[in-house]
Design a protein around this ligand. Structure first.
Ligand code: ZN
Length: 124
């Protein structure tokens, strides 16, 4: 039988269903979620604080979304610089191995506008 808050006062009931008994949880739903606090409901301010350095699995910050995005931008800048250097015949020998950065697009550096675009990419 549900708690009096659900039965008498019309509070929303938890929607979790027991795997073993196939019965619905009788607790009231908590924190404006569809489940009770035993089945995963958490206050909004708690969910927000579980990001970044306050997350329990945060270790060093090298693999956060921001640092990965920064690494991608740096890789693109270096790739553009190398392409400009090859175009201006500053380098000799073999080119850098490896795949191109994801954001890279093939540019015709003889075109002044595209050369300007490539230079601006390296400055940002
Ligand atoms: Zn529940």
């Amino acid at each position: 039988m549900p708690l009096p808050s659900v039965r008498v006062y019309g509070a929303r009931q938890c929607k979790a269903i027991s795997r073993r008994l196939k019965r619905r949880c009788l607790n009231p739903a908590a924190y404006k979620c569809s489940t009770c606090r035993y089945h995963g409901a958490t206050p909004l301010h708690t969910r927000k604080s579980m990001q970044g350095e306050s997350h329990p699995q945060y270790k060093h910050g090298r693999l956060t979304k921001e640092s990965k995005m920064s690494d991608r931008r740096t890789r693109l800048r270096l790739w553009m610089l190398e392409q400009i250097g090859w175009h201006l015949k500053m380098f000799q020998g073999t080119k850098t191995r490896g795949r191109k950065p994801n954001e890279y697009r093939q540019l015709d550096l003889d075109d002044p506008e595209q050369m300007q675009y490539a230079i601006l990419q390296t400055l940002v």
